[in-house]
Design a protein. Structure first.
Length: 232
């Protein structure tokens, strides 16, 4: 029986198991890699069909497109072509974009470069958002799983740190996906008094059942997530 496809975001601080959880999804998997974090994790899935394309992002030391806009645009165009091709490949079951945070920055800088500007004005972000939304729709329409990994950042209100975290990148991402998951790493006691690190996955929001929002899973994988969601 063919399992339903889902679109998910996995957000967390570095080294909290985002890529590991993403790679537990069904193969063949197509990974679009913008982050060094996924390479060591691939070794944990030696027998899985995982096809990785990495994009060499230049060191960007400014929010402005000046100086590297053309190079970013070239990478952006290649990535969008590759993503469309992957969504048309009927063999691919899962697409992973790691990280979606980096893709948002690429989209913003590439659009500014197209317009010949150092940066975008607020009213010019509409095209960026439309492009990101389309990227989410390609796999959805194709019946593929899509996993977007994102970082978290401190949330500020009126220039004051609230002590809370929020998604780093396109703020509407969580409203566009089926399942919103946040990962964290905690230490737990083990026999003998030892402390062991555990990855906790929080189901922050989802389209399927309000009752499972807030559920926490320890060392979760794809099968665990689908079982909690009740999806076949």
């Amino acid at each position: 029986m063919t399992q339903a496809n889902i679109i998910v975001s996995i957000s967390g601080q570095p080294k909290t198991g985002k890529s590991h959880l993403a790679l537990s999804f069904p193969p063949p998997i197509r990974v679009f890699n913008f982050d060094i974090g996924i390479e060591p994790v691939l070794k944990k899935y030696p027998d899985k069909d995982i096809r990785v394309t990495s994009y060499p992002i230049p060191i960007v030391d400014s929010v402005k497109a000046t100086g590297f806009g053309k190079e970013i645009s070239k990478i952006w165009n290649q990535f969008t072509d590759d993503l469309k091709a992957a969504s048309e490949d009927t063999e691919i079951k899962t697409i992973i974009i790691d990280t979606w945070t980096a893709v948002y920055e690429l989209a913003r800088i590439a659009r500014a470069a197209e317009l010949g500007q150092e940066n975008l004005l607020q009213f010019q972000y509409g095209d960026v958002y439309a492009r990101l939304r389309a990227m989410i729709q390609y796999p959805r329409i194709a019946g593929q799983n899509l996993v977007l990994t994102t970082y978290l950042r401190d949330r500020y209100v009126n220039e004051a740190n609230t002590g809370e975290l929020e998604l780093d990148g396109w703020k509407r991402t969580e409203s566009e996906v089926d399942v919103v998951m946040w990962t964290s790493r905690v230490q737990k006691s083990a026999p003998g008094g030892k402390k062991v690190n555990k990855i906790i996955t929080l189901i922050k929001d989802n389209r399927f059942s309000l009752e499972i929002n807030g559920v926490e899973l320890e060392m979760a994988n794809y099968s665990d997530i689908m079982a909690v969601l009740g999806i076949e």
